[in-house]
Unconditional design. Structure first.
Lengths: 371, 297
């Protein structure tokens, strides 16, 4: 029959897989297909069971809170506070880059806006730091609107270039304005307050633990809700998302502004922790390091990004023994990790787990998945 | 074989007009992809848009769904002018579509893909998500239940928690239709849903199209598979070189000289007979492989 002959020459001819499906029934072949799928399902070795346990996050937080009792040296507290602030920035950038797929090369700009807003208000007007927080949020949102408004209509490559420029503009502006202290920056930024018997740096550390802990939780939960899903839809396919009624411009804007707020709040913590800030702290290298933490840890994965941030901020300290070689070794280690684990150290898992009795109630969204 | 279940166009045609396309024209530089196209879709109707490759079918679809800005013409949906509106706004009004080449969210789970269709209906805000309010839990549960219902409706049997890109092709097609249905559209635009499907899968698609129509959803189909088109359509619009050359019931389209000419050229009498034969054949395949005037843009 002519049609048959014509059929067999079509480019749309069903693949062997589809034909097998037809002949042998979906169930059998479908199962085989799952076996062929990339290994997204992880074997339950003791390590993955431990880190997958719902209590694991609480154990990490408990350890973070307990740190001053284990080692209260000024050095340990300082680098731990630095690492925590870096985690805050990394989870903030993860919203922009990991969830929404917008490449932001100037994220340190929001960090600078937060640090300077808080620093200038507290030193010039003598305000307590807590009072500056609402202004920091407003300033970060305005910064996000100014840069995001015109550029989020662009597709990724252009956005990367514009954000790169924005990062430099903020730093150079801070370097040249009088009220930001020019190249000297702002100094004498006050602590969060008086905490009686506790050392000021330890009190600051604990506040940072609480704020960063909440930020990590918030960004993780945001990523699982309606808005978080919309971010991922935009990352995966902007046109298809638009066809489903998702206003992609607004959704990207929300990601960008959320990232800006995280960055701004991170800046407040940084200003208090350092007590003095100056423009070189907010250079391009810093933006690149935050991005590196996100990519190294696993884009879109909150625990991964936290791990990435800890590694990026603490590894140079641990490599101090190597003296002048330490940044070379740091670089080589990063390259090695990305070669052997391009998806990141702790990549995002797509698979939703069917809810089980002992699981947290927040996972109810995964019920009935396998019928 | 002519379907009787769907040839009650007499009654259906009296339904109110849902989509009104008037003088739609799209030009890319010097090329006019769609040239003065006018047609109506009534509520709950199943119509097909056919034509050789490059006839402007997909371009017309892209205009209706807002992906292209028309050069001229007007598009009314539900009595509201949607000409040149943003795709998201048109989708929110109740127009859902699938794409000629699958456009699923590859790295996301099957369930998440279907939840995309419900996005505009899920009632929760960012603070609900951060605080895990009762409203968040309720809306997530509802979304999951509904996603499962739509996947059942299209007959998807794969692992719904797995990444959608790991599913076989036919399953992915089903998920894409489930995602569009989850939008609960008044009108569903399907761009070559049968492409790449085998006979069994095509039969399942035909059944699915009928069940979608039973929901009261208007279906506009771009399809090369004549067997499917003739079987399911109440009305067929034929395009060639961006112009509408015929609009009528499957019976009228089969015997329309302009349609036969468009597919095979008018001079070749033998070819004309062949075209009629193919048009009357109920077998799948149909015009699919016949010579085309120009390549698909």
């Amino acid at each position: 029959m002519t049609d048959k002959r014509l059929d067999s020459s079509t480019p749309d001819e069903p693949s062997g897989f589809v034909r097998a499906l037809d002949e042998r029934g979906d169930a059998t072949v479908g199962t085989v297909g799952q076996g062929l799928a990339p290994a997204t399902t992880r074997r339950a070795n003791p390590v993955s069971r431990l880190i997958g346990h719902p209590a694991f996050g609480w154990i990490v937080i408990a350890l973070a809170v307990a740190l001053p009792f284990i080692n209260s040296s000024a050095y340990a507290i300082r680098i731990s506070t630095d690492a925590l602030i870096f985690i805050m920035l990394a989870v903030g950038l993860n919203v922009v880059v990991g969830y929404c797929g917008l490449l932001d090369l100037g994220y340190a700009a929001f960090f600078a806006i937060g640090a300077y807003t808080s620093g200038v208000l507290s030193t010039t007007f003598g305000w307590p730091i807590v009072l500056t927080v609402p202004f920091v949020i407003v300033a970060a949102v305005i910064g996000g609107l100014i840069i995001g408004g015109p550029t989020l209509r662009l597709r990724s490559d252009y956005l990367a270039i514009v954000t790169l420029g924005f990062g430099e503009i903020i730093r150079i502006t801070a370097n040249n304005l009088d009220f930001t202290g020019g190249p000297n920056g702002v100094y004498g930024i006050p602590d969060f307050g008086d905490f009686g018997d506790y050392r000021a740096d330890i009190a600051t550390y604990w506040i940072v633990v609480v704020v960063v802990g909440l930020a990590v939780l918030a960004s993780s939960r945001l990523g699982r809700g309606r808005l978080g899903r919309a971010w991922r839809f935009v990352r995966e396919d902007e046109d298809a998302a638009e066809a489903m009624g998702i206003h992609t411009y607004k959704v990207k804007f929300a990601a960008y502004v959320t990232g800006a707020i995280f960055g701004g709040l991170g800046g407040v913590l940084f200003a208090v922790h350092q007590t003095a800030i100056s423009p070189p702290s907010f250079n391009f290298l810093f933006s690149a390091l935050i991005l590196m933490a996100v990519v190294l840890g696993g884009m879109g994965s909150t625990p991964g990004v936290v791990v990435g941030a800890v590694i990026i901020s603490l590894l140079p300290e641990l490599l101090r023994g190597a003296e002048n070689w330490r940044y070379l070794i740091f670089g080589i280690l990063l390259i090695v990790v990305m070669i052997f684990r391009p998806q990141g150290i702790w990549p995002h898992r797509t698979d939703e787990k069917p809810a089980r009795g002992g699981r947290r109630r927040s996972r109810t969204d995964a019920t009935e998945v396998s019928q | 074989m002519t379907s009787t279940a769907f040839s009650q166009s007499g009654t259906r045609a009296k339904a109110p007009v849902l989509l009104h396309v008037d003088g739609l024209t799209v030009a890319f530089g010097g090329v006019t992809a769609v040239n003065g196209l006018s047609f109506d879709v009534h509520e709950g109707e199943v119509i097909s848009v056919i034509g050789p490759n490059g006839a402007g079918k997909t371009s017309a679809f892209n205009c209706i769904t807002g992906f292209y800005k028309p050069t001229a013409g007007r598009i009314l949906f539900d009595d509201v002018d949607i000409t040149g509106k943003r795709p998201a706004l048109i989708a929110a009004r109740g127009v859902a579509r699938t794409f000629q080449n699958l456009r699923l969210f590859g790295e996301l789970s099957v369930l998440d893909n279907v939840r995309a269709g419900m996005h505009v209906r899920i009632r929760q805000n960012a603070f609900d998500a951060i605080l895990h309010t009762p409203r968040y839990r309720r809306s997530e549960q509802e979304a999951t239940d509904e996603a499962n219902r739509w996947l059942d409706f299209v007959g998807s049997r794969g692992n719904r928690a797995a990444e959608v890109r790991n599913l076989p092709y036919g399953e992915q097609r089903r998920v894409e239709i489930a995602r569009a249905l989850a939008r609960e559209p008044k009108m569903l635009l399907l761009d070559e849903p049968a492409a790449g499907l085998n006979h069994g899968e095509k039969a399942a698609l035909l059944d699915l199209l009928r069940r979608i129509s039973d929901l009261g959803t208007a279906v506009v189909l771009i399809e090369h598979d004549m067997g499917l088109v003739m079987d399911v359509s109440e009305r067929i619009v034929v395009l060639n070189y961006g112009k509408e050359i015929a609009d009528g019931t499957p019976e009228q389209i089969r015997s329309d000289p302009a349609v036969i000419e468009a597919y095979l050229g008018s001079d070749d009498a033998e070819a004309q007979q062949e075209a009629e034969r193919v048009a009357h054949s109920s077998d799948t395949g149909g015009f699919h492989d016949l010579p085309t005037p120009e390549e698909e843009r």
